[in-house]
Design a protein around this ligand. Structure first.
Ligand code: BES
Ligand code: ZN
Ligand code: ZN
Length: 470
């Protein structure tokens, strides 16, 4: 699928199909209103009407703004990919929607077929984005940037979608090393012996029953004169069985996605390095598999974490926070950053609180929450703040250790998980840190917006946007 930008009149472009966005109030006045009426097309957002003989594909939109265009063009691309047309053109309605068009096409047209024995044959070859009356230099720049970000998002999706059999902590380290080589990044991988030397006993405990050694991956993008330094931390549970606090069979399915936070940090650093932003970015990934076995860590264990904070394990399925506790502590020692962001599929509770379409953001700085909100909305992702409070914090008290890995009451689970992480953020970094719970948004079993079945790449677009803005 080639996407090409053309500076000509739309009618000068030869293509099999033309995509036309239509609002409900434009339906009546439209040239083809009679036939559209007969098909029953009502121009509802994300519905399409394909007039095959005329080579016209109508897409309903609520507005011509980015969010609606992104999701409408994603539906259009799916409709065309199932046909036998070779080329399609679409007019760029305004300079603000070029990014949305690219994302809708690249992300909505994504399919993961690695495990299908027969590859689908897609006839569609060329997609032309056409305009003759906009500042083309700006359009070209926005187009190139959107392509980088959308491809990085699909890169993230590809890793998330791979099975736990194919991506274990060692393989994730290899993927990071390959990316480092391709994009000239620095890459260091710590193996279990190194982790033991670092005193990362919380992370090591989680991975102990796995046959695959845990790894801590550190990738760095270092431009010449960076304006800011940013640390990203990713939860990389290549599988989360729950450990001895074993998950229910139905909850265990999809747990290959528990590495999505790590995959997001890989996608972000890929995008930032290809956009050549003047920002130094470090990605720290805790890659671990949470399994059962005679040597598994147990509820009742007390772990001495890297920061020397002792942790009572009351549930081995609350493992992500144990891994992140050690990785956050390590990252704060290694890099003096202006911002620290962690990405994690941390709690089912976040999904219950916000739904499947919104990531939870937690931290102390109102300004940072505000700026992240703005970046997310510009990038077409949804976030919402879940507020810390002192009452919920008390629920993490342990009678035997410094802190418990689960709260004593079941409500507010996303926030108590965030407050557990907060225990490992140093005083000087409190306002620089933000935690992203992407448990709901990172993976989907039903298409929505420009997301298709599987990994969504949540976090990549929003964080890249934030980094572009600073
Ligand atoms: N990886 C899960 C969280 C999760 C659940 C992600 C559903 C995506 C979809 C995490 O490790 C976990 O199991 N959390 C527990 C915490 C509980 C034991 C305190 C949860 O959410 O139930
Ligand atoms: Zn778990
Ligand atoms: Zn998990």
């Amino acid at each position: 699928m080639n996407i090409k930008l053309l500076e000509v009149e739309l009618n000068e472009v030869a293509s099999d199909v033309t995509i036309i966005f239509l609002k409900k109030d434009e339906l009546e006045g439209c040239e083809h209103s009679d036939i559209l009426q007969k098909t029953g097309f009502k121009a509802e957002q994300d519905t399409t009407c394909f007039l095959y003989e005329k080579g016209l594909l109508f897409c309903g939109v609520d507005s011509k703004k980015s969010d609606d265009i992104r999701s409408a063009v994603a539906s259009a691309i799916k409709a065309i990919r199932t046909s036998n047309f070779k080329s399609v053109k679409v007019a760029i309605l305004s300079k603000s929607v070029i990014g949305a068009l690219v994302e809708g096409i690249v992300l909505g047209g994504y399919e993961f077929n690695n495990y299908k024995s027969e590859q689908k044959k897609v006839v569609l070859e060329d997609i032309f984005l056409v305009s003759n009356d906009l500042d083309f230099t700006k359009i070209e720049e926005d187009f190139a940037q959107a392509m980088i970000v959308a491809n990085a998002t699909n890169f993230t999706r590809d890793i998330v979608n791979k099975t736990p059999q194919d991506v274990n902590p060692q393989v994730l380290a290899q993927i990071a090393q390959d990316l480092a080589e391709q994009n000239t990044l620095e890459c260091t991988v710590l193996q279990e012996a190194d982790l033991a030397q670092e005193g990362m006993n919380a992370m090591l405990a989680v991975g102990r029953a796995s046959v695959h050694g845990s790894t801590l991956i550190h990738l760095a993008y270092k431009p010449q004169n960076p304006k800011k330094v940013v640390t990203l931390v990713g939860k990389g549970l290549t599988y989360d069985s729950g450990g001895l606090s074993l998950k229910q069979p139905t909850s265990m399915v999809t747990m290959k996605m528990d590495k999505a936070g790590a995959c997001a940090t890989l996608g972000i650093i890929k995008a930032v390095s290809e956009l050549k932003l003047d920002i130094e970015v470090h990605a720290f990934i805790g890659a671990v598999e949470n399994m059962v076995g005679g040597n598994a860590y147990k509820p009742d264990d007390v772990l001495i974490s890297r920061s020397k904070t002792t942790i009572e394990v009351r549930n081995t399925d609350a493992e992500g926070r144990l891994v992140l506790a050690d990785v956050l502590d390590y990252a704060q020692d290694k890099v003096k950053a202006d911002y620290i962001f962690d990405f994690a599929t941390l709690t089912g509770a976040c999904m219950i609180a916000l739904g499947q379409y919104t990531s939870g953001i937690m931290g102390h700085s109102h300004k940072l929450k505000h700026d992240i909100n703005k970046a997310a909305s510009d990038a077409g992702e949804m976030v919402s703040s879940l507020p810390f409070n002192r009452h919920l914090k008390k629920l993490l008290k342990s009678d035997i250790a410094d802190i418990s890995n689960t709260a004593s009451k079941p409500y507010g689970g996303a926030i108590t998980a965030g407050m557990f992480l907060d225990k490992f953020i140093r005083e000087e970094n409190k306002n620089k840190w933000m935690h992203f719970d992407i448990a709901g948004t990172a993976y989907t079993e039903a298409a929505w917006d420009c997301n298709v079945y599987g990994g969504t790449g949540a976090g990549v677009r929003l964080m890249t946007q934030f980094l572009k803005d600073i």
